[in-house]
Design a protein around this ligand. Structure first.
Ligand code: PEP
Ligand code: MN
Length: 272
């Protein structure tokens, strides 16, 4: 089936999503960084300050956590949203967080700037439709085993419900390979960019599962035409509540940003 709203036939020029003084899409290469989970107000304020120093404008942090085990930390929930709103007000950063439940869409949309649909929810059509009713940009992550066609159709659900501000995020798919957490499907980037007019970003952290591979995958994402990155960073990854192993340390993120800048320049891309 053809993609009516997400497809190039509907709109031939690239969608640029404006959030405060930042833009996602076109010749921008946007960095979204922060911890896997929002752990406490102190933690997130410290990370926000670190990111500001690095001139990163968008912070990620999940208040709702989709965990493999129901006994693992599930996130700070709605209390966490209040903390994220405080971060937004006190630091001026653009705040991004995951929403898992249709019942939380409204409150999340009021407390943060960008909402994220996690991989496990890409097929949650009721959630997608609900996100079509809010004004916030939506980062839609590719499902663990979703084809490109299914991925674009999930975006179509949000758009058909009224919200055209969709950002696609490739985060690695399930394959037979187990040397890393997921297989980053870099081939999907040019395909998505030719098939849709939407910005496409890459999450190298959940693909790699180990911070060792994150810089190489990040640079590859830029080279292959992605519009930005969603990266996990933690000041004390050894003691992070979730995904510490794949989280960059602040100095590693800072180094990576320098390297990305050097690659972006001859590509006429602006790192922001
Ligand atoms: C995340 O970004 O925090 C996350 C849970 O990732 P994914 O949905 O891609 O597994
Ligand atoms: Mn994570």
């Amino acid at each position: 089936m053809e993609n009516k709203l997400a497809g190039k036939k509907h709109k031939s020029h690239s969608t640029v999503i404006k959030i405060k003084d930042t833009q996602i899409g076109s010749n921008n290469f946007t960095i979204i960084a922060g911890p896997c989970a929002l752990e406490s107000e102190e933690q997130i304020m410290q990370i926000a300050k670190t990111l500001k120093k690095m001139q990163v404008k968008i912070i990620r942090a999940s208040a709702f956590k989709p965990r493999t085990s129901p006994y693992s930390f599930q996130g700070l929930g709605r209390e966490g949203l209040k903390i994220l709103n405080k971060v937004r007000q006190e630091t001026g950063l653009i705040v991004e967080t995951e929403v898992m439940d249709v019942r939380d869409v409204k409150i999340a949309s009021e407390n943060v700037d960008i909402l994220r649909v996690g991989s496990r929810n890409m097929h949650n059509f009721d959630l997608l439709k609900e996100l079509g009713k809010v004004k916030n940009p939506i980062i839609l992550k590719r499902g663990l085993s979703a084809t490109i066609d299914e991925f674009v159709h999930a975006a179509e659900y949000i758009m058909a419900s009224g919200n055209k501000k969709v950002i696609l995020c490739e985060r690695g798919i399930r394959t037979f390979e187990n040397a890393y957490r997921n297989t980053l499907d870099l081939g999907a980037i040019p395909v998505l960019k030719s098939r849709t007019h939407l910005p496409v970003i890459v999450d190298p952290s959940h693909a790699a599962g180990n911070r060792k591979w994150v810089p190489a995958l990040s640079k590859a994402a830029l080279a292959v035409g992605a519009d930005g990155l969603l990266i996990e960073m933690h000041p004390d990854p050894e003691n992070a509540i979730s995904d510490g192993k794949q989280s960059l340390k602040p100095e590693q993120l800072s180094q990576l940003l320098k390297e990305l800048k050097a690659i972006a320049k001859p590509m006429n891309k602006i790192l922001n």
